[in-house]
Design a protein around this ligand. Structure first.
Ligand code: SF4
Ligand code: SF4
Length: 74
């Protein structure tokens, strides 16, 4: 089964929440308490075990803050 590794470039994140909203496996969430240097709440990859590397989060991100890599899952 294909699993995903998601890299979030935190200084690019606008905290808009699109990645979390559209992730079909709810693997990403907006942090309730972590901000980046511009003062935006940060998206966090909270459930790597459920990510399927679909790439939707990266497509939805308006600021190119996400990179998705396919890894071999169990
Ligand atoms: S690659 Fe797909 S499953 Fe993984 S975090 Fe992004 S939207 Fe969610
Ligand atoms: S879609 Fe991009 S800019 Fe918006 S919260 Fe997610 S990572 Fe941040």
């Amino acid at each position: 089964m294909t699993a995903g590794e998601v890299l979030i470039k935190e200084d690019f994140c606008l905290g808009c929440g699109y990645c979390a909203e559209f992730c079909p496996t709810k693997s990403i969430a907006i942090s309730p308490e972590r901000f980046n240097s511009q003062g935006h709440l940060l998206a966090e990859f909270i459930h790597p075990e459920t990510c399927n590397a679909c790439g939707i989060c990266a497509w939805m991100c308006p600021h190119f803050a996400i990179e998705v890599y396919k890894v071999q899952g169990g």
